[in-house]
Design a protein around this ligand. Structure first.
Ligand SMILES: [Mn+2]
Length: 334
């Protein structure tokens, strides 16, 4: 993998790919954990790594705190991701796609040694060992490198999982993180048996009716600021009650808002069932979304980030709007 130059964030406990491989070889009872309300990268990375570790004879379990919804059932191997922790003693916990321990769940306590594999700019390097590669388009890219370094043959099932990671985190090979390396790995995964058509269809042409209705409502409530360079909307819990959809941001909606002509940054706030606020930010390159999210107590990438406030919605809304406006004004030089 001589072409896989990386620029790891050097923080205490930093390891590189070789260090990750040494750690995996050193421990036999491994738990893989990923973030709540998992996305394609989170699940694809988990399934890919799970199968690679199985292939080298490890005892391995994969845990996610959120039940895996039917949207993800198309992915072979997804049944390995469980809602429960294993009953055997864990010697190494591997975090994938988690910027902080709390992303796993509010109560999760790591077991044994911890290895943190991630690509988020805002990663807290919370592990005993951390491999943070902010140049990786998806954690799936890092998992692919691990698989190759372990010498594990990539099966069609593993390839599909890692392809899902890369496809979803690059927005279907459209975002600015869509590098030559991302295409090269995607090509190798297709050669190994990943089928792009059905995977894309399962993700992008399979929208829940409730979410479509919610998207329509949000699109009618767009608020433009900064001469149209910024746009935001909000969905209240009562909207979810009226139109259905899940207690989550309608898939891709904040990205669709960014797609509007002249918009540099979009923000979607929504009220959760317990009256709290969740927010997503998407940028086109001029606005640092990770900084705005960090000011709101969240994190993420430069062009895609989010936060969850525990304040009551109305209060949180004011804080978020203020941070949003401040961040946009700063980056636009206004
Ligand atoms: Mn990711």
């Amino acid at each position: 993998m001589g072409d896989m130059a990386t620029s790891e964030v050097v923080k205490p406990g930093s390891v590189d790919l070789a260090g990750v491989v040494d750690l995996i070889r050193a421990y036999d009872n491994i738990l893989i954990v990923s973030h709540m309300r998992p996305d394609g990268d989170c699940l694809g990375s988990t399934v890919g790594l799970f199968l690679a570790l199985k292939a080298i004879g490890k005892r391995v379990a994969a845990y996610n705190a959120t039940p895996i919804t039917k949207k993800w059932h198309f992915l072979d191997g997804i049944d390995n991701v469980r809602n429960e922790l294993p009953d055997w003693p864990i010697s190494l916990t591997i975090f994938v796609d988690c910027g902080a321990v709390s992303r796993v769940s509010e109560t999760f306590v790591p077991h044994g040694h911890t290895l943190n594999i991630d690509h988020h700019l805002t990663n807290e390097a919370f592990g005993d060992h951390n491999w943070i590669d902010v140049d990786a388009c998806a954690v799936g890219e890092q998992i692919y490198a691990i698989t190759r370094a372990l010498g594990v043959p990539v099966t069609a099932t593993m390839a599909s999982a890692m392809y899902l990671s890369i496809m979803t985190d690059t927005g279907g090979f459209r975002y600015s993180n869509t590098t030559a390396r991302a295409f090269n790995i995607a090509g190798e995964l297709v050669r190994a048996g990943a089928d792009p058509g059905p995977i894309a269809q399962a993700i992008y042409e399979n929208r829940n009716r409730g979410e479509v209705a919610l998207s329509a409502i949000a699109m009618q409530r767009l608020v433009y600021e900064f001469d149209g360079a910024a746009v935001w909307a909000e969905l209240r819990w009562s909207d979810y009650q009226q139109f259905g959809g899940q207690d989550s941001e309608p898939e891709g909606l904040v990205g669709e808002m960014r797609a509007i002509e002249g918009v540099e940054v979009s923000m979607l706030m929504h009220e959760t069932q317990d009256g709290q606020l969740r927010v997503g930010f998407r940028g086109k390159g001029r606005i640092d979304c990770s900084a705005i999210a960090a000011a709101c107590g969240g994190g993420g990438h430069y062009n895609a980030s989010g936060a969850h406030s525990k304040l009551p919605y109305e209060q949180a809304r004011e804080v978020v709007l203020e941070n949003f406006r401040r961040g946009v004004a700063k980056d636009l030089g206004r």
